[in-house]
Design a protein. Structure first.
Length: 425
């Protein structure tokens, strides 16, 4: 169907969508608020609220504080009206979850799995996890699906573009694959972006300030949330900092094929490469190599926690190099909070402390003023929460809501909402 043939929403859905949106966003808590904020007549507000309650999109909350007259019942969005699926793929693991519309995880599954296996087998595993979750929760008709992938995602199409650690995935569309298997709109993003979105929306403390999120794990990535929105840039590549050049040493070869990349110095895989080559200098690494033949991410954490001198040297050097790049980013975008996330948190507080010290040395006074530097609070589920919020958020923007609100559910309109999403994200 051409865009011109897109069915127009019924004329009266706009006020209903507005009422639901004002309550969901927290701007309105009572009918009185709605009258003040919507510009709709009191009677129209009352009718739309009744309709939204009947459709199950709003529900009554507590009694509002008295303003002299009768106490009003507050209204709140009914996050349980529907559910979404969230999927987060890492280099060596998959997490899938069923979430309500506010990003609360209702149930989740985790699987150790290498993305190097290729798209088709990996997506079958994803679908298997979703099937298990659907059976367990009864949530077998998601309103939408959000997916995070460990590579550069062209956001408009959901396709991977030259992902360095995902052989066979170049040009693959997880959106198309999932759309063939589920009658739901699918949105795909880079994993770090979704970790940032999850942490900003549901992490603690929550202060609503701009946030720069840096993920340090096998790979390195960043996500920037300003005014509550992720910065994606022209094609979705914003925040892909792993391949910023930090050294002219031609021997520092990166997985992307270039040399001197941040990831080739700081990424978990690069540290393991160096620890393996220099294992004679690190007793914990030497013992791990004797024990299981090759070093894994967990060995790095254990070696740091055991005080292995080589492990501490690698960790400190990584923190200093990353801090240099991070300070430049902070000087550029001046967020209120810098959050460190990813597997590096399993090595204890040392990395964050080094990062914080160097960042405060190198940032300007105004950037340092009120800057909070902290570890991610959502370590396990931050990414799938972000994936769920991406999916739910796209369904619940005011323009999208207008398309389906009068039916109480977007089910059955996946194609329309997917096509329409280019305008709303
Ligand atoms: Zn690189």
């Amino acid at each position: 169907m051409s865009p011109a043939a897109t069915p127009l929403p019924a004329l009266d859905t706009a006020p209903l969508a507005l009422v639901v949106d004002l309550v969901r966003s927290g701007r309105a808590r009572t009918r009185r608020d709605l009258v003040a904020l919507s510009g709709l007549p009191r009677k129209a507000v009352a009718q739309r609220v009744d309709q939204a309650l009947e459709l199950g999109l709003l529900e009554h909350g507590d009694l509002a504080p008295s303003e002299g007259g009768r106490q009003a019942r507050t209204l709140r969005f009914h996050a349980g009206a529907g559910h979404v699926y969230g999927v987060l793929m890492g280099a060596s693991e998959i997490t899938a979850a069923v979430l309500d519309l506010s990003g609360t995880v209702l149930d989740s599954e985790h699987l150790d799995w290498s993305v190097e296996t290729g798209p088709e087998p990996t997506m079958k595993q994803v679908d298997g996890l979703l099937e298990t979750l659907a059976e367990r929760t009864g949530a077998d008709t998601p309103w939408a699906i959000g997916v995070g992938l460990p590579g550069p995602v062209e956001f408009a199409t959901g396709k991977l573009v030259a992902p360095p650690i995902m052989p066979g995935w170049d040009g693959f569309s997880a959106r198309s694959w999932l759309r063939d298997h589920h009658d739901a709109p699918v949105w795909v993003d880079n994993d770090t972006n979704l970790m940032a979105l999850g942490e900003w929306s549901r992490g603690t403390p929550h202060d609503g300030r701009d946030m720069l999120y840096i993920k340090v794990g096998t790979g390195i990535g960043a996500g920037l949330v300003t005014h509550g929105r992720l910065l994606r840039g022209e094609h979705g590549a914003a925040g892909d900092i792993g391949h910023i050049r930090v050294t002219d040493d031609p021997g520092t070869v990166c997985r992307c094929g270039r040399t001197g990349c941040l990831e080739a110095v700081v990424g978990g895989w690069a540290l393991l490469r160096e620890a393996t080559a220099r294992a004679a200098e690190g007793p914990a690494f030497a013992a791990a190599l004797r024990d299981h033949g090759e070093l894994k991410g967990a060995d790095l954490g254990n070696a740091v926690l055991a005080g292995d001198p080589l492990a501490l040297e690698l960790l400190d050097r990584s923190a200093t190099v990353l801090a240099g790049v991070t300070a430049n980013l902070l000087n550029f975008c001046n967020p209120g909070t810098l959050v460190l996330g990813g597997g590096v948190l399993k090595t204890g507080p040392r990395f964050l402390e080094r990062l914080r010290d160097t960042v405060f040395e190198r940032c300007t006074d105004l950037v340092c003023r009120d800057l909070t530097v902290r570890a991610a609070s959502l370590t396990e589920h931050g990414g799938v929460i972000g994936a769920g919020l991406l999916a739910a958020g796209n369904l619940l923007t005011l323009p999208a809501l207008t398309r389906w609100v009068d039916r109480g559910s977007p089910l059955g309109q996946a194609a329309l909402l997917q096509r329409f999403s280019a305008e709303i994200v």
